[in-house]
Each structure stands twice: as structure tokens, then as C-alpha cells.
Design a binder for this molecule. Sequence first.
Ligand code: ZN
Length: 461
Amino acid sequence: MRTLIRNGTIVTATDLYKGDVLVDGEKIAVIGTTLDGIADGVDKIIDASGKYVLPGGIDVHTHLDMPFGGTTSADDFESGTTAAAFGGTTSIVDFAIQYRGQTLHHAWETWAKKAEGKAVIDYGFHMIMTDLNDQTEAEMDALVRQGITSFKLFMAYPGVFMLDDASIFKALLRTGKNGGTICMHAENGGVIDVLVQRALAAGKTAPKYHALTRPARAEAEATHRAIALAEIADVPIYIVHLSAAEALEMVTEARDRGLPAYAETCPQYLFLSYDNYEEPGFDGAKYVMSPPLRQKATQDQLWRGLAFNDLQAISTDHCPFCMKEQKELGRSDFSKIPNGAPGIETRMSLVYDGGVRANRISLNRFVELTSTSPARIFGLFPRKGTIAPGSDADIVVFDPNRTTTLSARTLHMNVDYNPYEGRTVTGATDTVLSRGRLVIENGKFVGRAGSGSFIKRSVRT
Ligand SMILES: [Zn+2]
């Protein structure tokens, strides 16, 4: 199968030019200012006049089919990756979870089964470790060799996911030897638990108390501690879903000292705020996620971090729970509201509209934050994350002028609300290729469940 994408504006993290892209099989074969001469010999021509031709989005933080708080996230690997494709994302890195007493290999097998036969785009896994002992530490090396090159640890959720500093430090040291990367959920779980218990004891049960018991300083403290532990271990660290300006200061300070500290933020922290928790009735539950939404003024600081490369990636932390029967579990106790919100489908349009169109970041930086930089950090580059000969033909034809209204009724995520309901965004995904196969064509799904493959990732370089 040979596909020619004609007359588009090709955008990478560094380049911007009018040209044609020839896809041969699963790979990008040729790029030229005009490939008209070979148009006769191709199977399919896609006209990209007036459109951007972007490397497919890479979302390195998703939770599909994930058990949490007595329920399971509402998107499985079929609905979740289909929604991702509609939104211009062609690769995800999801999280396999090792529960206490289990091997890492068992966790990988469990999550591999969830994805196989279902994913419509390519996927990799980070390994969440909740039990660090001599055996699982040794297993980390094997996993890195097998293409699971990053591990997520928690400084929050005591008794469920949280690891103590000694275990975190041992895991960091191990990645110094095996080349893996530690991803950290940085919130001080012990402090937060005390605040939660006190709030509940005082009869404070509404959704907004989820945010009020998770102060920005608890995130900043853990971010600082995580970076300090990585500095002592002399290894890089990646902070997931950074939400607070106080936490960003810690990353900025470390980077100014030349430390390999990396961090992502998510659209919800750029476009939503604490005010959403004050919505009437139980509606604040829609935004219950950890870390919580912050004060509106934080948004400007996060955009500044993105523009100046103190933040290197925008992922979604997509972890949807329906209001009905799921978020409702916490109607009388905010601590029982499943944590998470949908976002896998809306990332590219939101960031384009609120970032590029609003002159907060350049078009190149948009590509870098949503594709190239996560690809580099997580061992996918140059196979993915750019438009270049030899790279996978993961390509998005993006219409910078099409305006859509975000709504749960028209989006494809398997969830009964949308946190951006009614918001209009300009910039929309028209057509998506995943390793040369059409998945979305002019806004219609033409992909196939099971056509996505596990991506064996490399170690950081
Ligand atoms: Zn997460």
C-alpha cells in the first residue's frame, strides 16, 4: 500500500514547509516539495491543501481499563484508542500495575491481554511498581530489555500505591544501571491522608474538599523530594501530571542547576481551575483527579513553563469515570469519588487552540510538546515523533481552521460527561494514519480493533 499526502504544510518540532509525503507500507518513504511525478503509481492520494501534516500525537499518560476505587476506568483499549485516534493521537503509553506480592511480569501479561485485539493505534506500557524487593528490582532490568523502559512510582495513596523513600531511592539507583526512567506521582500522601481524615471528621464531604485537602505545597514538597532523591542517585527523573506553580518552581530550580529533571503537565491544568469544583450540586465530582485543579492564575505559569522548556510534554492522564454509578460512589464522601477525567481525544485541539492560536507557544513547539519530546524521553524517537524518511507513517492531517464544539454527545470516549462541555476550539484532526493504515478519514473511523501493536521502547540516550 502506497499513500501520497499532497500539498500539505509539513510541521515537525523544527521545520515548517509545504510538501508531499509518500508513505510506503508502514513507513514514510519520501518527502519532497512535489512528488507529482509518482502520483500515478500510488494506491491512495490524500489532499492536504490548507492543512497541516503533523507527526501523530503521542500521549504518554493514559489509564485504559484500569481498576481504581472499586470500579474500572470507563474506556477500554478499543474505545480509548479509537477516541485517541479521532483526536489525532497515534501512540499511547499506558500503565500496567504491579500489585503487592505480584511479579512485574504478571502485571505486564495482564495489561498486554487488555490491549491485544483491541487497540487501534500503537501502545506501550510504563510499569507501576507498588512492591519493591530484591526480586522485583532484578525484574526491572529484564523489563527494560523487553521494551518497558519506564517505571512509575507513587509518593501518594498510602496503603495502595505509595512507596517509602528508601524503596524509591533503590528504584532510582537501579535505573542508573539499566537505563530505565522513573516517572513520579509527586504528592505527599501522608500529609494528604491526614487532611482528608480531618475534613471528613468535620463533615466536609463535598467534591471540592478533594482539592482543598491536596494543597499545592504537598505537590511541591514531593516534587522537590523526588528530584533530590534522583540527584543523589545521579539519574534523570520525570514528574507526571505537574499541576501546581509551586511544583514547577522546583523543576525549574533543578533544571537551572543542570539536573536532568523532566515534567509533563496536562490540558486540564491549562484550561480548567479550582472554580470548577464550585459548580452546583455534585458536578464538582467531574473534576476530581489527583493532583487536583489549581487556582486559575496557575495556568499562565504552566504555559510559561511549556514555552521555556521547564515542562517538556503535554499528556492527558486520561482516566475516565462516568458520573452515573462511578463518580456517584463518592456522593456522600469525596474521598470515595474515583479519581480521573477523560481527555485522550481533546488534547491536540485544546492545546492547538489555547496554545498556538492564543500565541502562547509556536506551531513547532506544539508538535514538540505533543509528540516529539515525549517520543525522545520515552525511547520512541525517531521511529515515532517526527515526519522523516524511515519513521513510522504515524501522520495526522490537521485542519487549523475547522471549529468544533466539545461535547460528550459527539466525542468518542465512553463516558457520560465532558469536562470541556460546550467549549469551542479551532483546529481539528481530519485524517489519521497509523503505521501507514488509515484509521480516521475525513473525520470518520475506518480503523480496525487489534491493528495497533505493542511498542518495544528503547532506553534513554
Ligand atoms: Zn495517571
